[in-house]
Ligand binder design. Structure first.
Ligand code: LMR
Length: 343
């Protein structure tokens, strides 16, 4: 009798525990509906604001996936480092606490130095050239290079060319950077760029950048117009130089644990949703950056320098040795493929 009561108690406890498991316990995959689509909740975390190509792409993905799955798949987007930031989103992707991230690729150079491509000075003139590289054979190989961590790079999303802002002085020649300290997204190539220009650098998470600029931890930073405008960095900076010397390019990454847990019907919807998101991110990046530049001009917080072709050439010359310096680490084949895409 005692045994029976104990078994009954254990059984009731198990039922109670299962019943208490909240909605979150369904993550990412649970039951399968009659049409074969699995019910699940997908989390997409990123660090930028809503009015950016990355967030717009993520929103399109959400809209597509939720509609096409008839609501069986729910997509939650966490912008502005609100769930995880630069410091912890990768670990949480690996742990399958989130299913998608779309980081600036230069933040992954610690895993693979080939992710330095967007930081190679003046490599790409525009989004199309960068897209051509990442969609090409070498680009795809680099995106696939995190598989030992159980991470898959699915699709490149551009943001755009980066420009310098700082709080100390107007910059129109390499000498103007001497003695200043800039925040970078991370990585050896960006560090070498500032070193070659006689400046210091420090990698700081995006979510902490506004405060770092405001408090003078660093004098300046480099970013796209869209990131400068949407995060209001111009409020805490006095000068901006339109440089287009390096880029912010992303890829949407997922983890294999989640990816392989989907059946065919479910994966098709998610893949098509990603394709729809990619289309929007790629189509909107340029115009969002152009609009952001207009807004920065209207706000009037920063004095803007547009470099002449001769001034650009001066920067190019100083930064050219970086290609030789990193040829071995990045790979001559990868650099060559990027050059081909940039033609
Ligand atoms: C930055 O850290 O400056 C950017 O890479 C943020 C982003 O994701 O665009």
């Amino acid at each position: 009798m005692k045994k029976f009561a104990l078994s009954l108690f254990v059984l009731i406890s198990v039922i109670f525990l299962v019943a208490c498991q909240g909605d979150d316990e369904k993550i990412p995959v649970s039951g399968e509906a009659s049409d074969g689509v699995q019910e699940m909740k997908i989390k997409f975390a990123h660090v930028v604001a809503e009015n950016t190509p990355k967030h717009k792409g993520a929103l399109k993905m959400k809209e597509y996936i939720e509609k096409e799955s008839g609501g069986k798949i729910e997509v939650e987007i966490y912008p502005n480092s609100s769930l995880f930031g630069d410091q912890d989103e990768y670990q949480n992707l690996v742990a399958n606490n989130i299913q998608f991230i779309a980081p600036d690729l230069t933040k992954f150079v610690g895993n693979n130095p080939q992710f330095n491509v967007p930081a190679l000075p003046f490599m790409f003139d525009d989004d199309d050239e960068a897209i051509a590289f990442w969609d090409g054979e070498k680009g795809k190989e680099v995106l696939a290079s995190l598989k030992n961590d159980g991470v898959i790079g699915l699709s490149m999303w551009p943001n755009g060319g980066k420009h310098l802002t700082n709080g100390k002085r107007s910059i129109s020649s390499p000498e103007d950077l001497k003695g200043l300290k800039f925040r970078t997204q991370g990585g050896q190539v960006l560090e070498s760029i500032y070193h070659a220009l006689g400046a210091g650098s420090e990698s700081i998470p995006f979510g902490e950048l506004y405060t770092a600029l405001d408090q003078g931890v660093v004098d300046g930073q480099e970013n796209t117009f869209s990131n400068i405008e949407s995060k209001k960095f111009d409020e805490v900076q006095k000068y901006m130089t339109v440089m287009n010397h390096t880029r912010v390019d992303y890829a949407v990454f997922t983890n294999t644990k989640f990816w392989d847990s989907m059946n065919e019907a479910t994966k098709k919807i998610v893949e098509d949703g990603l394709a729809a998101g990619t289309e929007v991110a790629r189509a909107e990046a340029k115009s969002l950056n152009e609009k952001a530049l207009e807004t920065i001009k209207e706000r009037g917080n920063v004095e803007i320098v547009e470099l002449t072709p001769e001034q650009v050439e001066e920067f190019r010359k100083v930064l050219e040795p970086i290609y030789k310096e990193y040829e071995e680490e990045i790979g001559a084949d990868v650099i060559e493929a990027a050059r081909e895409a940039a033609k």
